[in-house]
Design a protein around this ligand. Structure first.
Ligand code: NAI
Length: 338
């Protein structure tokens, strides 16, 4: 309104506010599995994100409480809780980004693939609803095994005729977060300055951190690189064992999930040069899905970047991860089509 713009001109404070509302479009984010171990802290972190205008918290149980609690925080977004499958449509409608941490986590001795039987069905149900209620949203898949749940989602969307490969992401940000932390510790460099790409997939040896490309550079020996690689690959298991039956990473995962969703929102809003690693449809290797650096933009994954130069150790790691990753992808595709 002209009154508003006159007021805006009259005070730098109001001018700033009017600028920030123009540069900050309405964005709805839905979290599916919002009452869980990851879902709750992730709901908190997304409530703190000023890019979000509407936060939709969905779970089969417990969301009224989580939503009421988070809604009292005096930040931008409106919060609504939705409980049970009959409210899933409302939870999804109009979403720009959907984050999925729904499903069971690991207990000691389990691999991520051991979760397949339960989580594959949950992901299939949720993605069927996404295809129906918000086919244009960016989907951030956290539910494990990511190496299989992302192909399941792709197949569900293909069947529904809504698949857009630019809009489906397996969240591997926690692997990057871990690689950065562990590298900074070993290399004795400030952790906030560290960058390490992590490629491949999101389970055991399919997680391939590229420490040869880590910055700031450090002169680490082969044994140190091997130990760092192994620790990054086993980071999830380290937490599963420490929690001794009470689940897997939730707090660090919520942080990583919030970081990746924020990157997606920035991309949608037209912020240039937003690059994060993610498990996406890919032609970087012969496999149909692969994690590597992805440039995020107004349509989602605008560009899937290549691997860059690899050390001999990383080349070996890449060769040896391909069969396992291939099998996990095929398992997901098969499940979705049965
Ligand atoms: P949790 O058991 O604490 O929470 C899962 C939530 O999902 C529960 O609130 C449950 O009610 C909900 N849920 C179950 N079925 C649902 C459905 N059909 N629709 C909506 N919600 C449903 O588990 P946690 O620790 O939060 O882990 C969730 C998932 O995230 C697991 O699959 C775990 O393996 C995965 N994960 C992924 C990581 C990654 O790096 N991508 C890292 C850590 C965990």
């Amino acid at each position: 309104s002209s009154l508003h713009s006159a007021l805006s001109r009259s005070s730098s404070h109001l001018a700033r506010r009017s600028y920030s509302s123009e540069s900050c479009p309405e964005r709805k984010v839905a979290i599916l599995g919002a009452a869980g171990g990851i879902g709750q802290p992730l709901s908190l972190l997304m409530k703190l994100n000023p890019l979000v205008s509407s936060l939709s918290l969905y779970d089969i149980a417990g969301t009224p409480g989580v939503a009421a609690d988070v809604s009292h925080i005096n930040t931008r977004s409106e919060v609504a809780g939705y409980q049970g499958e009959e409210e899933l449509g409302k939870a999804l409608e109009g979403s720009d980004v959907i984050i999925i941490p729904a499903g069971v986590p690991r207990k000691p001795g389990m691999t991520r693939d051991d979760l397949f039987n339960i989580n594959a069905g949950i992901v299939k149900t949720l993605c069927t609803a996404i295809a129906k209620y918000c086919p244009n949203a960016l989907v951030n898949m956290i539910s494990n095994p990511v190496n299989s749940t992302v192909p399941i989602a792709a197949e569900v969307f293909k069947k529904a005729g809504t698949y857009d490969e630019k809009k489906l992401f397996g969240v591997t940000t926690l692997d990057v977060v871990r690689a950065k932390t562990f590298y900074a510790g070993k290399a004795k460099v400030p952790v906030a300055d560290v960058n390490v790409p992590v490629v491949g997939g999101h389970a055991g040896v399919t997680i391939l951190p590229l420490f040869s490309q880590a910055t700031p550079k450090a002169n680490l020996g082969d044994d140190e690189i091997k130990a760092l690689t192994k620790r990054t690959q086993d980071g999830g298991t380290e937490v599963v064992e420490a929690k001794a039956g009470k689940g897997s990473a939730t707090l660090s995962m919520a942080y990583a999930g919030a970081l990746f969703a924020d990157a997606c929102l920035k991309g949608l809003n037209g912020v240039p040069d937003v690059v994060e690693c993610s498990f996406v449809q890919s032609s970087v290797t012969e496999l149909p899905f692969f994690a590597s650096k992805v440039r995020l933009g107004k349509n989602g994954a605008e560009e899937v970047l290549g691997l860059g130069p690899l050390s001999d150790y990383e080349k070996q790691g890449l060769e040896s991860l391909l069969p396992e990753l291939k099998a996990s992808i095929e398992k997901g595709i098969k499940f979705a089509n049965q």
